[in-house]
Design a protein around this ligand. Structure first.
Ligand SMILES: [Zn+2]
Length: 186
């Protein structure tokens, strides 16, 4: 079954299942991405080998998006799964959801970090419709900085408490969750 047919079936019938995209895992694609990203994570620039191998990451998730309220949009953004402009390299720490802990003012603060299936927008109502083209997708205002398009110096500053960069994504600064900021700043 092709991806388009899979996502055209009833959502209930495909619950617990995801379409298995494989073409983007071809060694030729991986090698090209390795060269393009200089063997580093697109988000934190960690080199391959520090956290294990780098993974092929979909900037806009291919298997559904988990919105900030925890609900799932199951059809976003499968049609970009094989789009070159949506393929990045990322380390496991940035790419996968996992428990972590940071120390703030001497106190450990446990949290769940990592991008996973998240792709939060400044305004959820601007979420592109299914099968939207790149022109329509450009109207979305992602809270996650795009390492291939955004200039980090326009959005990141260093804090005096030593935590590192902080996302000041334009007018969205007050909406940015610290967990998201840390993904792109460390
Ligand atoms: Zn990383």
């Amino acid at each position: 079954m092709k991806a388009h047919d899979f996502h055209a079936t009833n959502e209930h019938d495909r619950r617990q299942r995801r379409f298995d995209f494989t073409v983007h895992k071809h060694p030729m694609v991986r090698n090209a991405l390795q060269e393009l990203f200089h063997g580093k994570c697109a988000y934190c620039e960690t080199k391959a080998g520090v956290w294990g191998g780098l993974e092929i990451e979909h900037f806009r998730p291919k298997g559904g998006v988990v919105r900030p309220d925890g609900t799932l949009l199951p059809d976003h953004y499968w049609w970009l799964a094989l789009e070159w402009d949506n393929l990045y390299l990322a380390c496991i720490q940035c790419n996968r959801r996992h428990r972590s802990s940071t120390t703030v003012a001497g106190a450990a603060r446990p949290e769940i970090v990592g991008k996973g299936d998240r792709f939060p927008l400044e305004d959820e109502s601007t979420r592109a419709v299914v099968l939207a083209d790149w022109e329509q997708l450009a109207n979305e205002k992602p809270l996650l900085l795009d390492p291939c398009r955004d200039d980090p110096t326009e959005h990141l500053v260093f804090l005096t408490d030593g935590l590192g960069g902080w996302c000041l994504s334009g007018s969205a600064s007050s909406l940015v969750d610290p967990g998201w900021a840390r993904i792109i700043s460390m």
